[in-house]
Design a protein around this ligand. Structure first.
Ligand code: COA
Length: 707
């Protein structure tokens, strides 16, 4: 149960910095609380006034001498700490700090913000903001904000990191006829973050859908944990902005370059059942669909239209977004044939022709909704001389109420002529769109959520045996003692072995004679690879030779590699050359990891080799969610590499079980050792039987346990 009830349904509120001046925020906040029909006591706090807006005014919250749940603070930043201290002493439970001028203005502001936070901690107060617009709850009701207006009552909660976004959406919502349960501005998130607010909204009986606009999430691990629970109660749709690829570009490994924070957010959202909106439109389109329609049982979509072109666009969108066009039963087709004109298209999409009046829409829509092969319906209407947009809007609403277990959406394609019909639909709980794609995309979102709810709980994490953590610890300590951040090939190979990952045997040779000797021992043919902490991509500098069949070939290749490296990278320190046994043929894939600042290790799988970044045939998972064989299988199956692994064009299938084991063990390794910051096993060669890590690159960083 959420413990923030006092914030959204406070018994009594104080407004510190309440003002008579209508130009001031302190006035707007007080005025909003009064106008929102707040039921409790309101205490304006202003040392220079005795009464504001007909309410007795106090010098300080300490003078109120009555319980106060929430204090909204609207005094300049330099007074905020003192006011917070007084609130703490007065037993206030929560602060809404509107005041700006904290961490967003620099170091001094950050210090003041930290002071505010520690005051709150000391008194056990929770704080929204600072630098926020405030919050609104239309059901309690309370408008503790300085926004212009109060939302229509509804069942959508909107949490926004941007105050400007919040007030703009509020204004827009009036025009759109949308209703909300809560509007929350998180501001600088010094204490309460979107995670706390999502958790609270998930427990709010008046909220059916949670929308969120975020610029950053700072506690990724908690986000995943809380949202995984919350999303089982309510759909959560998040628009995450600012996902630049700057971080990814700076990465040195293949995986690092592929990953980037955007992928980590994708993986985290997916793991926690959160739907990701791609745009503001997307966010609110989906919100309307979720808020008004039942979840689809499956993806089979029926389309009823009075025009061919838009139906083709809609059909394309159905395919693009991974839904299916429903195949009607024989009874449905017969019935449609019997009652529709002979020129009509009876198969999905059902084209009831340009001269269709409301009666034809009614008949066709009801017939397809009643078909057991249909999970949801889309009604397309284009304005023609005889079209009856408003009457049809009423019909759609009526049929949706009658068959209320299947979602219906309307696309009224046009402008002025359709405004009233569209507005009737919207106000009567039918998501109405101007073009087909967003309607299908909203259905996709609903289906994705429905499938998330239906998916069985993940099984227990796999028990992995044969893991030698101590051996890895020792290797990492040696690397740190050598002041290196990249493991040499033979060290990386030993790490693999310690985690039970099959790896090609690798030994370091410091001379051509030693290389030849190792070759003899391993048995020819062998491969040679340059060993230097400065060389990440060995092939690029002529640092690799393969298929060497004799000691003579090994010695010659040794000299050539040294020569190449001296030529391309004269300053690179060379530790020697690794001698590796040649591994049998197989399909080459990549398994890697990049550590995300917020979400921790992000594991990648995909088609391997030197073109991995070009082809980007990859899938991602947070290591924290990659602990079961089922999840690993899903991850593999999302790539085109999977088609190859299954046996493409008559080839024998590769050992996907062995590959899964490699991925699982890699995931465990990077979870066990926070020191590993990046990792590429490229390629892992997947044979008909077994899978071997061929080239392993591990980058590390010493971890300060206290930090
Ligand atoms: N206790 C109670 N009242 C106090 C006080 C205190 N310790 N200190 C000052 N006040 C009173 C003032 O006397 C004034 O009342 P008055 O109009 O009767 O004189 C009122 O509080 C406001 O103080 P004032 O100094 O006039 O500040 P202001 O209203 O011009 O600005 C803020 C205050 C908080 C609005 C301003 O500092 C600010 O942060 N603005 C940006 C807000 C914002 O954009 N937030 C983020 C949105 S995303």
């Amino acid at each position: 149960m959420s413990n923030l009830e006092f914030l959204f349904n406070p018994a009594h509120i104080a407004v510190v910095g309440a003002s008579r001046s209508t130009q001031k925020i302190g006035y707007a906040v007080l005025d909003n609380i009064i106008k929102s029909s707040f039921k409790g006591n309101i205490y304006p706090i202003n040392p220079n006034e005795e009464e504001i807006a007909g309410l007795k005014t106090y010098c300080s919250v300490l003078d109120v001498k009555a319980p106060i749940d929430v204090a909204v603070i609207s005094v300049p930043a330099k007074h905020a700490a003192k006011v917070a201290e007084e609130c703490g002493q007065a037993g206030v439970k929560g602060l809404i700090v509107i005041t700006a001028g904290f961490k967003e203005v620099g170091k001094e502001g950050l210090k003041q913000e930290q002071e505010l936070r520690s005051i709150c901690k000391r008194y056990g107060m929770r704080m929204l903001g600072p630098n926020c617009v405030g919050l609104m709850d239309t059901h309690s009701p309370v408008n503790a904000s300085f926004a212009e207006g109060f939302p229509n009552r509804g069942n959508i909660s909107f949490i926004s990191q941007s105050g400007a976004m919040l007030v703009s959406i509020l204004d827009w919502s009036f025009e759109m006829g949308m209703g909300f349960s809560r509007f929350i501005s998180t501001g600088n998130k010094a204490d309460l973050t979107e995670i706390d607010l999502i958790e609270s909204c998930a427990d709010d009986p008046q909220t059916n859908v949670i929308l969120c606009y975020v610029e950053d999430i700072t506690d990724g691990e908690r986000f995943v944990r809380v949202c995984s629970e919350a999303s089982k109660k309510k759909p959560i749709i998040i628009l995450k902005s600012g996902t630049s690829s700057a971080g990814a570009q700076a990465a040195s490994s293949h995986t690092g370059a592929l990953a980037g924070s955007n992928r980590a957010y994708d993986a985290a959202f997916r793991q926690s059942g959160v739907l990701r909106a791609e745009s503001m439109n997307d966010l609110f389109d989906m919100a309307r669909a979720f808020a008004t329609q039942p979840l689809p049982g499956n993806s089979r979509t029926a389309i009823v239209t009075n025009a061919g072109g838009p139906a083709i666009v809609a059909t394309d969108a159905v395919e693009k977004y991974g839904l299916k066009m429903a195949r009607f039963t024989k009874e449905t087709i017969d019935k449609l044939r019997e009652h529709l004109p002979s020129e009509a298209n009876l198969y999905n999409p059902v084209d009831i022709l340009g001269d269709a009046r409301d009666d034809r829409y009614r008949f066709a829509l009801e017939t397809v909704i009643e078909d057991e092969n249909v999970d949801n319906a889309l009604v397309l209407l284009c304005p023609a001389a005889v079209t009856e947009p408003e009457k049809t809007a009423r019909t759609i609403v009526e049929l949706n109420n009658k068959h209320n277990h299947k979602p219906v959406m309307a696309v009224y394609m046009g402008g002025k002529t359709l405004t009233e019909g569209r507005s009737y639909l919207t106000t009567n709980s039918i998501p109405a769109f101007t073009f087909p794609e967003p309607s299908v995309n909203s259905l996709r979102g609903m289906l994705q959520y429905a499938q998330y709810l239906k998916a069985p709980d993940p099984s227990e994490p796999v028990e992995l045996t044969g893991i030698d953590k101590k051996a890895v610890r020792k290797i990492l300590d040696d690397v740190f003692a050598d002041r290196r951040v990249v493991l040499l090939g033979h060290e990386a190979s030993d790490v693999m072995s310690a985690y039970g990952i099959q790896v090609s045997k690798t030994y370091l040779a410091e001379s051509e004679d030693e290389a030849a000797e190792i070759g003899e021992k391993l048995g020819f043919p062998v491969a040679l690879k340059i060993s230097s902490p400065r060389i990440a991509h060995k092939t690029d500098v002529g640092g690799v030779a393969i298929g060497l069949h004799s000691d003579k070939e090994v010695k010659k290749a040794y000299r050539k590699i040294i020569e190449n490296v001296h030529y391309y990278l004269p300053d690179a320190p060379i530790y020697g050359i690794e001698v590796q046994d040649m591994v049998e043929e197989g399909i080459e894939v990549i398994v890697g990891m990049s550590r995300d600042v917020q979400f921790g290790p992000l594991v990648v799988f995909g088609l391997g080799g030197i073109y991995v970044n070009l082809l980007e045939d990859v899938s991602f998972r947070l290591a924290s969610g990659l602990t079961t064989r089922e999840e690993v299988k899903k991850m593999i199956s999302e790539t085109r590499a999977y088609t190859l692994l299954k046996g493409y064009r008559g080839k024998k299938p590769a050992d996907i079980e062995a590959l899964s084991e490699t991925i699982l063990r890699t995931s465990r390794l990077v979870s066990d050792f926070r020191e590993i910051t990046e990792m590429d096993i490229n390629p892992v060669r997947v044979h008909y039987k077994g899978a071997t890590a061929l080239d392993v690159k591990i980058t590390v960083e010493e971890v300060n346990e206290k930090g």
